[in-house]
Design a binder for this molecule. Sequence first.
Ligand code: AMP
Ligand code: ZN
Length: 471
Amino acid sequence: MRISLHNTLSRTVETFEPLERNLVRMYCCGPTVYNYAHIGNLRTYVFEDLLRRTFEFSGFDVKHVMNVTDVGHLTDDGDDGEDKMVKSSKESGRDVYEIARLYTDAFFADTDELNILRPHIACRATEHIGDMIALIKRLEEKGHTYVAGGNVYFSIDTFSRYGELARLNLDELQSGARIDVDRNKRNPKDFVLWFTKSKFENQVMLWDSPWGKGYPGWHIECSAMSMKYLGESFDIHCGGIDHIPVHHTNEIAQSEAATGKQWVRYWIHGEFLINETGKMSKSKGEFLTLSVLKSEGFDALDYRYFCLGGHYRSQLVFSWKSMESAKSARRNLIRQIQRLLGEAQHPAETLSEAAQSYLTMFAEHLGNDLNAPRGLATLWDLLKDSAIPADEKLLCLYRMDEILGLSLASVEVPKEEPVSIPAEIQQLVDERIEAKREKNYHRADELRAIVEQAGYRLTDTSNGTVVSKNV
Ligand code: AMP
Ligand code: ZN
């Protein structure tokens, strides 16, 4: 199956060609673990999961790597402010490593509930400091760095393609730049590779380096870890669109300056989840998490369904009303599957041409720049088509769900609640059995009417009379 994706580098939808036959090497920027993930962050991970599942559905092997940022991410992506981890540690009184553990576990608990497949490699920044130092040394040897005020900077003027991904107009930026707080920078867009001059007291995360005791800048971790696990050139790099102008721009500069070759072929960016008042962000204090949604009566998969209802390259506006719609659509889907299971018990083993055409159309929508909303529409069309037998519908739905990840195969026919029959009703039932044995059918019918009026149903089967509650 052909897969086309919007590549931020070219701003066009391109047919995907892997560097190595049948293998997709994919890196996704992971969470900064100083707080819970908000549902905006989770939207990005749902989109990346959709991408991975689409490749796997199409027969590709995927090697999926994601970092966990547990050091070096300042409150401003451009080197300003405090280290997010240190700030969170100060505020909560917990040590930084405990904070990292707590929120890393919380992150994976959320993604598991959302049926997001775990990356094959989830790598922590603090466990790869040596790889980062090695990369900075390589850049230093090639003349891309300078030391000022104790920190090591990347000099963007030594890399002629700087800003191509974001289409930055550097002249404009230069003249329009605010007087940068960091006066050590030769160019306001230069960025820190290694901090030794900590702006904060009691920085506990410090490592020895050729430039002195310190800690890495944020961007270097993604270059160092992705190249370690995926090689110096690989297929796909993902993240939210906010990362285009600074983080990903800087990642490209330092990676390609070090190796002299193209680092990533396809840059795939997901648009933001916004709320009715604008951007959703952790630094604003109040933010929505998966736990908040659950406390409002939603299931994690209602949120996944909600995300699938929007194209990953369009902004998605969160509202409780649209969450309600997603929830009721997913409930409806579950009911339909239960009905199909009642009719067919098992999915078919193969699909007829007619059923296959729905699956093909579904896969084409997903292969066409991950058009999940149209994929979902195809799923509903299939359900409405009375010419497709129940068992084929089930097989088709289960196959679609390999990409959608809504746990459709685990839907079961609801078990009938065992009914406890009150003694007086049981007595009437027994009397009726006796009346039938005596062939007093008139009395038997009278007794049936009394029992039914009391809200119970009588079914005569070859194994005797079954009593159930009317619903
Ligand atoms: P962070 O933990 O802040 O590094 O962000 C993790 C991921 O979430 C990154 O890929 C961000 O681009 C993405 N992200 C941040 N805010 C939003 C949002 N409101 N909607 C969608 N993705 C977001
Ligand atoms: Zn990154």
